[in-house]
Design a binder for this molecule. Sequence first.
Ligand code: HGY
Ligand code: MN
Ligand code: MN
Length: 419
Amino acid sequence: MTAPRTPAELGHETQRLLDELARVTDEPGRVTRTYLSPALARSHDLVGGWMRDRGLEVTRDAVATLRGRRPADGPGRRTLLLGSHIDTVIDAGKLDGCLGVVAALVALEEVDRRGEKLPFAVEILAFGDEEGVRFPTALSSSSAVTGTYRREWLDVVGADGVRLRDALVAFGCDPEKIPEAAIDPTDVIGWLEVHIEQGPLLEHWDLPLGVVTSIAGQTRMGLSLVGQAGHAGTVPMELRRDALAGLAEIILMVERVGRQGTANLVATVGRVAVSPGAGNTVPGRVDASLDVRAGADTPRLVALDRIRHQAERIAEKRGLGFTLERHVDVPTCPMDEGLQDAFARSVLSLGLDCRRLPSGAGHDAMAMARRFPAAMLFVRSKAGISHNPAEWTDPDDLGLAVEALIRTILDLAAREPQP
Ligand code: HGY
Ligand code: MN
Ligand code: MN
C-alpha cells in the first residue's frame, strides 16, 4: 500500500487531466465540445482510456453517455453513481462538468491506492448533453439514465440544422435503445457530483468547498418577433416595424422584471439572431433565447407570466408578430439530505468550515434526483467566473474536493448495510 496522496498532489493530478481534456475541442484555440460533436467522440477515447486504466468496464449508452463501471465484489450489492458532464458551452472553461468526471476518476484511483475495499459497485457517468447548447434540450443524457427521456427530443433540430435523432445515429447510437440506458433505482445508493460553484459565494466566504442544498428551477424559451424588412435609407421612422428595436425594448423589460424578482430570480436574453442581418436593412425578424431561473418555483412562474404579458403589449404597440416557445422547464430541485450530510461530514473532517448553498446553475443532478438520492459538492470559482475561458479554480481547492469525495465514498462504505 502506498502513502496516501496529499490534497495538493490530488489537485495537481486533477489539473493535469483537466488540461489534457481541455485540448479536445471542436474549435482550435478555445474549448468547445458540444453534444455528439467530433470533439465529444474524441473525448470518449481519452476519458474511456482513463477509465480502463483504472480498471473500469467502459460502455457507451444509446444517448452517448460514457460509462465506467467497477462491479461490486459480491452479489446483492448496490451501486454508487459518480460523475458529471463533459460537453461544454462555446468558448468554455476547463472545469464546468469535466471536474466532476475527473474528480471521480482520481478519487476512485486513490481509494484503490489506499487499499480500501468498497462494499458496493461504482459507476462513473460522463454525460454529453447537460448544456443544451447544440440542441434545444437540457439534461437529455442524464434524463435517459433516469428513464425520463422525452421521445419528442429526437425530432428537435439543432442550431446547425441537424435533427437530434440523425446526430445520434451518425454518432453510432441507436435511439431505439434509449430505454435500455435507464438505471434501476432499487440498487442505487445515490448520485454524487463534484462541480465548480460558477458563482461568487464560496470566494466571498473564503471557503474552498460548499454543499449544495437545492438547484434553481429554470425555464428556457425561444422568442420571435416578425416585423417588416426595409431599406434603411428610405423607410421613415414612423412607418417602420423594426423587429430588433422591438426586441431591444423587450430585453430592457426582461432586465427590469429580473431585478424586481425574489428568491434569487434571474432573467437573461443570451442569444439573438437578426434577419436579414444587413447593416442597411431594417431588421424584419429576430429570434432570441430567454432564460429565467429562481431558487423557488413561484417567483419564476410569476416572472415568466409578467414577461409574456408585457412582451405581447410591446409587440402589439409596434405592429410586430410575437411568439414565445417553451424549450426547457425544470422545477427547483432539493438535494438529498442524507447525502448532503455525508458531504458535510467529509468537509468538516478536513478541518474546514462547511456552509450549504443553493445552485443558480442547472446540473445533471436535477435529472438524477428524479430517480436517485442526489447531492453536489461545490468547489470555489475564482471571481465566480464560468462559461468563460477565464474559469479557474486553485488546484489546491481541486485536491480538497477530491479528498472530500474520497472521504464521502468511504463514509458511505462504512454505513453500507451488509447484503
Ligand atoms: O445553464 C446552466 O445552468 C448549466 O450550466 N447548463
Ligand atoms: Mn455544469
Ligand atoms: Mn455549464
